[in-house]
Design a protein around this ligand. Structure first.
Ligand code: GDP
Ligand code: MG
Length: 221
């Protein structure tokens, strides 16, 4: 019983800080995306492709979350984009406090979009609000079409789904129709993008969506 109480307290504290993060992002007119997926599905590749596609027309900042190493931050830094690496030292997800501390290291007044790359797994990050505008779940074709059914919380809590590694589809036993059907069964309002970070297919459509979101926010003031 006490374990359950401790866990609830941790989540309550997290939600309090997440609400403050959300308020701060809104005040600074920054759209924050929490990118969640299993390891290797292409979160960092998607961020790299997006940065190149947006070509500094929209100012991007990145928070990288990993259990160990700053390898992903080095990839983003190579593109001359501000990046802060969080090393969780074993924890399987980011939390709102870690994001608050990482965000304080940016010159946040010059950012339009903040990508937060969460630790790779389809379970723990689903439970933690970071103050993001939306979670974006990435699934690659190599993972199969059943993942939405096996990890429903992640798909329920996300607003967009990126299906990555479309270039490999012909080698795999993965049905995009089935994957879409399973995802929409869990969350009928998911916006779905099919992309390949290797060929660049679909990245333009995804970036158009980001630009529209950003323009919409500008108009709302
Ligand atoms: N064939 C193919 N490989 C990809 C694609 N996107 C990413 N990869 C590869 O998948 C591996 C993991 O990608 P990464 O972006 O590091 O995944 P993360 O762990 O989710 O950040 C790397 O070797 C990438 O080059 C893709 O669209 N097609
Ligand atoms: Mg990565």
């Amino acid at each position: 019983m006490s374990l359950i109480t401790v866990e609830r307290k941790i989540l309550e504290k997290n939600d309090e800080i997440a609400a403050l993060n959300r308020q701060l992002f809104r005040e600074r007119k920054i759209i924050a995306f929490n990118l969640v997926s299993s390891p290797g599905s292409g979160k960092t590749s998607l961020i790299e492709n997006t940065i190149q596609c947006l070509n500094h027309k929209i100012k991007v900042g990145v928070i990288e979350g990993d259990v160990q190493t700053n390898l992903d931050a080095e990839r983003i830094d190579a593109l001359n984009v501000p990046v802060v690496q969080i090393v969780t030292n074993g924890s399987c997800h980011l939390d709102a406090m870690l994001v608050r501390d990482a965000f304080s290291k940016f010159d946040s007044h010059v950012l339009d979009i903040l990508f937060i790359e969460n630790v790779g797994n389809l379970v723990c990050p689903a439970a933690y609000d970071l103050g993001e505008r939306m979670k974006v779940v990435i699934v690659s074709t190599t993972e199969g079409d059943d993942k939405p059914l096996k990890y429903p919380a992640m798909f329920r809590n996300s607003e967009a789904l990126i299906i990555n590694k479309m270039d490999l589809l012909s080698y795999l036993n993965c049905s995009i129709a089935e994957l879409r059907k399973n995802a929409l069964l869990i969350n009928p309002s998911l916006k779905i993008f099919e992309v390949s970070c290797t060929s660049g297919e679909g990245i333009g459509k995804w970036c158009k969506f980001l630009i529209e979101m950003s323009n919409h926010d500008e108009k709302q003031g």
